[in-house]
Design a protein. Structure first.
Length: 224
């Protein structure tokens, strides 16, 4: 009686794949190309001999595959560029840590010596004055700055009230009175704060400020 001898020298497919460095998975783009080619070959094998696919059809389908492949590669390239750009922005933003900035806001603070703030004037003004108010809404100081050109205008308050006394330490609000030819003009209030740190997110680089707020770099009007 013949005896069957099992060949113990036969390597498993998994082992061969491991030795040969065969990848168990391909990327999504390669998978899409493989599926397309399989479908195309199957379609050609099973086509009607009396009505075969013409060259234009094959070329059209190949062009579609090329387009999809190109778009996938373009998306990967754009993602890589965006990542590099954000990293570069992070390095640049890190240089702002410790610097003062003017950003949109309606408050200014004093520790007995006043503080910085600012306004943004899209069209300038022939007269500009600021009313600094306490928490009750009372005006404690009016500052006149005269004519100003368009753009961001850094300003300073010496910390004194209208009667010459030193204002209490704390945070105050301010209102803008800007006119051209006696007519009010649009103006934006700017608050001063120090950049304490930066953060990276899907929306880009964010500056974390000393007034407990966070802004994007494109919201900064002035850097000190």
């Amino acid at each position: 009686m013949a005896t069957t001898v099992q060949n113990t020298n036969t390597a498993s497919q998994a082992l061969l794949d491991s030795v040969n460095g065969k990848k168990s998975k391909t990327d999504s783009t390669q998978e899409a190309q493989d599926r397309f080619m399989t479908l195309l070959v199957t379609q050609m094998k099973n086509q009607d001999p009396l009505n075969p696919m013409d060259n234009a059809q094959v070329t059209s389908q190949m062009a579609q595959l090329s387009t999809v492949s190109g778009i996938n590669k373009l998306n990967s390239t754009v993602e890589s560029l965006m990542s590099s750009l954000q990293m570069g922005q992070s390095y640049q933003a890190a240089n702002m840590i410790g610097h003062g900035v003017l950003v949109e806001g309606k408050t200014l603070s004093t520790n007995g010596e006043g503080g910085y703030f600012g306004v943004e004037l899209p069209v300038g003004a022939d007269k500009l004055s600021i009313d600094i108010k306490d928490t009750s809404g009372n005006t404690i100081r009016t500052l006149d700055f005269g004519a100003q050109t368009a753009g961001s205008v850094p300003l300073i308050w010496d910390g004194h009230t209208n009667d010459g006394t030193i204002a209490a330490n704390g945070t105050y609000q301010f209102d803008i009175n800007a006119t051209v030819g006696g007519q009010p003009v649009q103006a934006t209030r700017l608050s001063f704060a120090e950049v304490k740190s930066i953060s990276n997110s899907s929306n880009g680089v964010t500056l974390n400020l000393s007034n407990s707020s966070s802004v994007s770099t494109n919201e900064v009007k002035e850097i000190f």
